[in-house]
Design a protein around this ligand. Structure first.
Ligand code: GLN
Length: 545
């Protein structure tokens, strides 16, 4: 039977609930348990797929093609054995949609459909299903205790805890201990109040994670324990860390794992071996020097919009023993053709994106990287633009474009697969998977890398699996002229033979990929493409010394 740890947050948002939950998960995994994680989001959007990255940060794509909250990225980066799926993230909107569909179908036989029990039952079923087959499922509730929106989730958790019982469920609550400088004191009152709020909906927390900027003395933790009816050993201090990857070690020092294992009756488990996490921190704290990567994008005001790319670069720095400084460059600012801001970059990256805005600026940056021999990595839209830039300036197709932003271009290098097959009357012949064309290519797919290419050498194998999230594809009628002009197609998707990766053999390091390698990078294992990219950035840095 699966054991559940529910995670709520109080006082304020942005306390790092996802990271704390993931750190506990990593710690339990290090004890040999099979651990999975779930995120329940109280908003009404059916999924985060259409939400603005400006507001909501990146959309994280799972192996099975679900568009999910960026917290699932943390979950995968902290866990080695569990992969997130469609089951691991759901919203109020999704739950209501389900219940309303059933209501329209007549499944409720004319009964009154209510939040309790119909909405809460749907939530409970989803939680139980996601936990199936695991020793422990850690279930995070988005938002803050007291929010109107999250009440049905809280109520479902309350019911589940009664049904599962003490030996199979726990609740971990995250709070803030603010420091009031005029009193030179850490204040526990907001914590007391947020626990009171939880109690008013019938939930007693078992563990408190107290976020703080300062050290917390034993008197304070005792006081918190007393007022919140939590054991003193279960009041865990989470002082701001230099890196989030220290938190599993921090929690282990406070024996959070022992507390959980005792409660759930996991006896005789090995101690947690956290040496791989220690190595990650050691490398982060002792870089040999700093390399600078210019990230040319559209959502640069909110770095969370590129969360997984940022993390993948950090991981590549760990592997290469350098600090990677990311300089965010607003693509539109490059449209004046003043590229001096790129002059300090040891490498340039153009990440994924949607729509026309900023594309000319991104292509100016790509051209600069190509002409100056600066290492370049293009991801998704970044690859599409690299291909267009090459066609325009090297392969003699001056008006080359993508039908995403120019429907009447003479050279539709990038288009919807249905468009370019139709143009040749081949739409019927090619056996298209029903979801290709118009809709997104989503989730993990296999590609074959071409022998003798840099891409193949980087991965060290011929067949790779990477995650996708895009509608447009490179039109294969342009492969021959581009290859003649010196751009090499280095990988094709296994099933549809679509262009997956391109490179410029004559350039020191110029690789662009249609998929999103950032989603599978992790601090302990990195990702070959990012590792090689940062290795190239190091060489570029050394050249400049
Ligand atoms: N807008 C492009 C497409 O849909 C690229 C998407 C992306 O970069 N994720 O194909």
């Amino acid at each position: 039977m699966t054991h559940f740890i529910f995670v709520t947050g109080g006082v304020v948002s942005s306390l790092g609930k996802g990271i704390s939950a993931a750190s506990v998960a990593a710690l339990l995994e290090a004890r040999g348990l099979q651990v999975t994680m779930v995120k329940m989001d109280p908003y009404i959007n059916v999924d985060p797929g259409t939400m603005s990255p400006f507001q909501h940060g990146e959309v994280f794509v799972t192996e099975d093609g679900a568009e999910t909250d960026l917290d699932l990225g943390y979950y995968e980066r902290f866990l080695r054995r569990a992969k997130m799926t469609k089951l691991n993230n759901f919203t109020s909107g999704r739950v209501y949609q389900d219940v309303l569909n059933k209501e329209r179908r007549g499944d409720y036989l004319g009964g009154t459909v209510q939040v309790i029990p119909h909405i809460t039952d749907n939530i409970k079923e989803r939680v139980l299903r996601a936990g199936e087959g695991y020793d422990v499922a850690i279930v995070e509730i988005g938002g803050t205790v007291g929010d109107i929106e999250s009440l049905p989730f809280m109520e479902s958790v309350r019911q589940l805890m009664v049904e599962l019982g003490h030996k199979h469920s726990m609740l971990m609550h995250l709070t803030l201990l603010p420091y009031v400088s005029s009193a030179a004191e850490l204040k526990t009152k907001p914590t007391q109040h947020s626990v009171k709020e939880l109690l008013s909906i019938g939930i007693q927390p078992d563990i408190l994670i107290c976020r703080t900027e300062h050290d917390v003395d034993a008197d304070t933790t005792r006081k918190i324990a007393l007022f919140t009816n939590v054991q003193a050993r279960a009041v865990i201090v989470c002082k701001d860390a230099k890196t989030i990857y220290q938190i599993p070690r921090n929690f282990s020092e406070q024996q959070v794992d022992d507390l959980i294992c005792e409660r759930f009756g996991f006896d005789n488990l090995p101690k947690a071996d956290l040496s791989d996490w220690d190595q990650v921190c050691e490398a982060l704290f002792n870089p040999e020097y700093t390399v600078r990567v210019a990230m040319v994008g559209k959502y640069v005001e909110l770095p969370d919009a590129y969360k997984s790319v940022n993390e993948a670069l950090l991981h590549a720095g760990i592997q290469n023993r350098v600090k990677v400084q990311i300089d965010y460059v607003d693509a539109e600012s490059l449209e004046s053709q003043d590229l001096s801001i790129l002059s300090t970059a040891n490498a340039i990256l153009v990440p994924g994106g949607f729509g026309e805005r900023g594309t000319e600026g991104k292509m100016a940056a790509i051209r600069y990287a190509r002409e100056q021999g600066i290492p370049f990595l293009g991801i998704c839209l970044g690859m599409q633009l690299a291909v267009i830039e090459y066609a325009r300036h090297v392969a003699n197709m001056p008006e080359a474009s993508s039908t995403e932003f120019n429907r009447s271009t003479k050279y539709p290098l990038i288009g919807l697969i249905t468009e370019w097959l139709d143009e040749r009357g081949e739409l019927q012949q090619r056996n298209l998977e029903s979801d290709l064309g118009g809709t997104m290519r989503l989730g993990a797919q296999k590609s074959e890398l071409v022998a003798g290419t840099k891409t193949r050498e980087i991965y060290g194998k011929a067949e790779i699996t990477e995650r996708h999230r895009h509608r447009y594809e490179m039109n294969d009628r342009f492969i021959a002229p581009l290859e003649e002009a010196g751009l090499k197609i280095s990988g094709y998707s296994s099933v549809q033979h679509l262009v997956e990766t391109v490179e410029i053999p004559a350039h020191p390091w110029f690789v662009a990929v249609q998929f999103h390698p950032e989603f599978t990078s992790s601090p302990r294992d990195g990702h070959p493409l990012f590792a090689s990219f940062i290795d190239a950035a190091k060489k570029q840095y050394q050249k400049g010394q």
